[in-house]
Design a protein around this ligand. Structure first.
Ligand code: ADP
Ligand code: MG
Length: 694
């Protein structure tokens, strides 16, 4: 037997069961079986008493006798029911699916152990499909029985816990031949690990709970370690092997802009980040940098200054944004800033006219266009640059990996890549998933910003809220009203928004109200946005299309309707639309009276902090890591043991361990480390889907 052996050949399985197991659980090899980890362990030394049962849905063991069996027919459905007694009471055992054979073979009036999940109905306990054990327990039987993730489909066909326990026992006998060590002695000693063989033995048939923990710990460590090793090797490879355009010069474009056009002093954080970027681009190696900065921290200016450095070195840049509105806004903003510099900048989106496209294509190819701002449209094959040297991606979590990788191919020598995000990524995730990117953080807001005041209000407070908005408008400010998307029904969505619009228009009939939603045509969106941005409209009613990036500094009140329907990161993004100027800004979270526990946590978090990193930590606790990374990325969070939310200590330890090892032995050629290398090459190479994040 080897790890690759089909489970069909494992004692107790055979071809038919193998097929079923494969289709239900996706297990096809011995290795799959060994890594089919128990979800928990049943303490079989513990025998419950019927009279002491308190909760249902608990998986327990009872000892007693079956006294009576009968078939019961209701309508067309037959079930088998049995009375089970222990010395404290009686309960029903029920089978909804059973064979004639089973009916005849149920042991009556014999001392047995049964275990399974208990149900309670009308104060009467019952156990559907219990597993039955007749043998008297011998000394030395494992106290802790593994409970495997199973399914009703398998249980009904006899592939129950006992089946998996037996099969795994058979496989575990082969562990000495199957499992080889993959950590060197020095690591095993340093981390006090169980040997790898003991790890697998104890994860299935643990000596005691302490050993479960030890085995668990090592398995988590392994998963994280080899995952990190993959990133570490890639980063190393990138640094030593890959090539890029060196940008040694900071020249006239940059200096002229910095001295004559910069409308404000950069924050220290912006300066620091810019320096990091500059040093990176100096080297003839492609930059791959993630720029993190909370909403409003001023990433756009950093992006612009970086593009000017590219120009100083004779290269073109592009800035890609996830939505048309945002691209348009970047374009408008940057164009304004560049006024008087003579720099040629254009915008390309899905709705750009053919005539415009033609000009853009020409100018890109003859090199007269220096900065292209756009949406996904810039990725199209038709869009060819003369010499693209820098690609910046705003709000990178909105883009898929494949889309980003397309940018690499836009030049023979790949352009430097800067990805920007305002979605603060919890530290553990950043450690795990962005470890082949260099990270810069803008951790400081422009001076004069006042923290946004956030309040939770309910329907009964609506008049008060509207009066408050009116007072703000009277002071010259502007107000957003945002309505949630109800994904199941676009019509409902629209109705929701329209009702909101009508209500707001009636209540603020003395002011101009404009509206923005996803279904509008690009030029309608533009018009609405401009109407608001120019101050002609005091109020903007919108869906979450304004969530990302929209920048109207004079808007100081954000009212979020049905706020309980939004996720935390979305609320934080929306709130970031205000507080962008010098005025005190407010975010008002309107909710219904009844809130789920989770909604309450979200609302409370929002009212308590403006710190995006704190918010992201809570968000990860609530939603789990997959959702945070976004659908594009959640597929890679398929660790069997490692838990990205709770195992940050292990992730940190493995990251440090990998760094230390690669620092001393980057090619893993030292005899001690060969064992790691061999395992990595054998099992992990090529499996890391995160080869190119940017
Ligand atoms: P984000 O990081 O969310 O993309 P922006 O780049 O849109 O933030 O910047 C938010 C606002 O702050 C913009 O109006 C911008 O002009 C302004 N801003 C950026 N940097 C500074 C600074 N150093 N001092 C003052 N205002 C700044
Ligand atoms: Mg932005």
């Amino acid at each position: 037997m080897t790890l690759e052996t089909s489970i069909e050949y494992v004692k107790g399985i055979g071809p038919e069961k193998a097929k079923l197991i494969k289709s239900v659980l996706g297990i096809s090899t011995v290795e799959d079986l060994l890594t089919f980890y128990p979800i928990r362990y049943l303490d079989k030394s513990k025998v419950y008493k019927i009279s002491n049962l308190q909760e249902s849905n608990l998986e327990i063991q009872l000892k007693g006798k079956i006294t009576h069996v009968q078939e019961i027919q209701t309508g067309k459905i037959k079930r088998l029911a049995a009375k089970f007694n222990d010395d404290t009471g009686t309960m029903d055992l029920v089978w909804f699916q059973y064979s004639k054979w089973m009916k005849e073979q149920l042991p009556i009036n014999r001392e047995i152990y049964i275990f399974g999940k208990i149900n309670v109905f009308n104060n009467q306990y019952s156990m559907p499909h219990p597993e039955i054990e007749i043998e008297e327990k011998k000394e030395g039987d494992h106290r802790l029985s593994p409970i495997y993730p199973s399914s009703e489909k398998l249980t009904k066909r006899g592939l129950n816990q006992r089946f998996f326990q037996t099969v795994l026992k058979n496989v575990c006998k082969e562990i000495p031949n199957l499992i080889q060590e993959n950590f060197p002695d020095y690591m095993i000693k340093a981390f006090k690990f169980l040997s790898r063989q003991h790890t697998y033995l104890n994860i299935h048939f643990p000596k005691d709970l302490e050993y479960v923990e030890k085995a668990d710990n090592r398995l988590k460590f392994e998963e994280s370690f080899f995952f990190q090793l993959g990133f570490g090797l890639k980063k190393l490879h990138h640094k030593t092997q890959s090539f890029g355009n060196s940008f040694p010069i900071v020249g006239d474009y940059f200096t002229n802009f910095y001295q004559n056009h910069l409308p404000f002093e950069l924050t220290n954080a912006q300066k620091r980040v810019l320096k990091e970027i500059r040093l990176d681009m100096k080297r003839p190696i492609q930059m791959n940098r993630l720029l993190q900065g909370d909403v409003g921290s001023g990433k756009t200016m950093v992006a612009l200054l970086t593009m000017l450095i590219a120009m100083d070195n004779g290269f073109q840049s592009c800035l890609m944004a996830p939505t048309e509105i945002l691209a348009q806004q970047h374009y408008n903003g940057i164009k304004d800033l560049l006024e008087g510099t003579g720099i040629n900048i254009r915008i390309l989106t899905g709705s750009s006219k053919a005539s415009q496209r033609k000009i853009i294509h020409e100018e890109l190819q003859n090199g007269t266009l220096s900065i292209l701002v756009g949406t996904h449209a810039v990725l199209e094959d038709k869009v060819k640059f003369k010499n693209l040297g820098l690609a910046i991606i705003d709000e990178q979590h909105r883009f898929g990996v494949a889309q980003r990788a397309k940018l690499w191919a836009k030049n023979r020598i790949p352009p430097h890549i800067l990805v920007m995000t305002a979605t603060p990524i919890p530290r553990t995730l950043a450690m795990s998933f962005y470890s082949d990117l260099d990270v810069s953080v803008i951790d400081e807001m422009p001076v004069g910003r006042k923290p946004i005041i956030t309040a939770h209000r309910r329907e009964k407070d609506r008049t008060f809220v509207y009066n408050f908005c009116r007072d703000e408008i009277k002071k010259g400010r502007q107000v957003y009203f945002v309505y949630p998307l109800i994904e199941e029904s676009e019509t409902l969505d629209y109705k929701n928004l329209m009702d909101g619009l009508e209500h707001v228009m009636n209540s603020f009939s003395d002011y101009n109200v404009t509206m923005l939603h996803g279904k509008m045509k690009p030029d309608e969106k533009d018009a609405a946005m401009n109407y608001f941005a120019s101050g002609k409209a005091e109020i903007m009613v919108a869906t979450t299309v304004i969530e990302v990036g929209v920048n109207v500094p004079n808007a100081s009140v954000m009212v979020i309707e049905s706020a309980e329907r939004f996720g935390l990161s979305q609320l934080h993004q929306l709130r970031g639309r205000v507080g962008r100027g010098a005025e005190q800004s407010y975010c008002i979270l309107m909710t219904s009276d009844k809130l789920s526990k989770e909604s309450r946590t979200r609302i409370k978090t929002m009212t308590e902090t403006n710190d995006g990193f704190k918010i992201s930590e809570v968000d990860m606790q609530l939603r789990g890591p997959g959702d945070i990374l976004g659908t594009q990325q959640s597929g890679v969070v398929d660790f069997k043991k490692l838990d990205l939310v709770n195992d940050s200590a292990i992730i940190k330890a493995t990251k440090d361990a990998v760094e230390k090892i690669l620092e001393n032995d980057p090619l893993l050629v030292k005899p001690d480390n060969l064992i790691i290398k061999n395992y990595y090459v054998r099992y992990y190479k090529g499996e890391n889907k995160w080869s190119k994040i940017s």
